[in-house]
Ligand binder design. Structure first.
Ligand SMILES: [Fe+2]
Ligand SMILES: [Fe+2]
Length: 289
């Protein structure tokens, strides 16, 4: 089973932001978008990553959230267009990021689920976590995006989702499937302001779940830099927890290139192939190590 992992595309179509959108909760995000993010994330890079994934002939693709910047309708439309070549429910899965849940109104109207629910649940709607049984793998899709205080990007799993993730992982092991959890927020400690403004509030709960539930792999986004760690399972398992980094971030002068990963999952083992944007940002190639 070959699984590709993309994240944090932060796509923005020129002209999508209207004056009315800049008011309220989106004010700081709009400033961030135009001062920082817009030059760093590009639609062409996302399309190049999609082309590279198709060329690599993977079985399934997971995108771990933050497809948009401000959860605007045109941003979702652009993300859907860019990702469409990857296929439907059987080939592509997506979990929401905090930027896809940017305002209470967007969450209430289920804008993310309107655009991408068909890639989460077979019927197009349901509760989180969802799951898909693929070739030897159970992919569990959880929601960590929530409505944090203004200027913050915290996440939350909650007791109900955690209990279902545990049940789904145990059931997968009984069925001979390798359980993989996909969620937007990370569980590591970041030594920056993000440690205050953007962490997963109940990450201790998720760490304990990884330790005890039989999960074989956790994939996440939110950290725009690649990050890998291992959580020791209570039964001696070593569970990789992997963030591929933003697929579209690109500031070569600062050593920031877009990333995605391809995982080969076989016989309970995970092998990671890391891909990176080339110098011009117009194509991706595997990197050594
Ligand atoms: Fe992000
Ligand atoms: Fe995020």
């Amino acid at each position: 089973m070959r699984l590709a992992h993309l994240s944090d595309l932060h796509l923005y179509p020129p002209g999508a932001l209207r004056v009315a959108d800049v008011l309220g909760r989106r004010t700081a995000g709009a400033l961030n978008l135009f001062l920082m993010r817009k030059p760093a994330h590009a639609v062409d890079r996302a399309k190049a990553a999609v082309a590279a994934v198709i060329e690599a002939q993977v079985d399934h693709v997971i995108v771990t959230g933050d497809l948009t910047n401000l959860a605007l309708e045109p941003e979702f439309a652009l993300a859907a267009e860019v990702l469409a070549p990857l296929g439907g429910h059987e080939r592509l899965s997506i979990v929401p990021g905090n930027h896809d849940y940017y305002t209470p109104a967007v969450i209430a109207m289920k804008r993310f689920e309107h655009w991408f629910g068909h890639l989460v649940w077979p019927s197009g709607e349901g509760d989180y976590p969802a799951h898909k049984d693929l070739q030897g793998v159970r992919l569990i899709l959880a929601r960590s995006a929530t409505m944090p205080p203004p200027l913050c990007a915290h996440g939350w799993i909650g007791a109900r989702q955690a209990a279902t993730i545990e049940t789904l992982a145990c059931e997968a092991r009984d069925m001979g499937l390798f359980p993989v959890l996909a969620v937007h927020h990370y569980i590591h400690v970041q030594h920056s302001v993000r440690e205050i403004t953007g962490f997963l509030v109940d990450r201790g709960r998720l760490r304990e779940l990884i330790r005890t539930s039989g999960l074989g792999l956790m994939l996440h986004g939110h950290d725009h830099h690649p990050h890998e760690m291992v959580v020791a399972g209570s039964d001696g398992r070593r569970v990789p927890v992997i963030g591929c980094g933003s697929t579209t971030a690109f500031r070569p002068e600062q050593g920031v290139f877009g990333h995605f990963n391809i995982y080969e999952i076989a016989n309970g083992r995970v092998t990671v192939q890391r891909w990176q944007a080339a110098d011009q940002g117009d194509r991706y190639h595997p990197v050594a190590g």
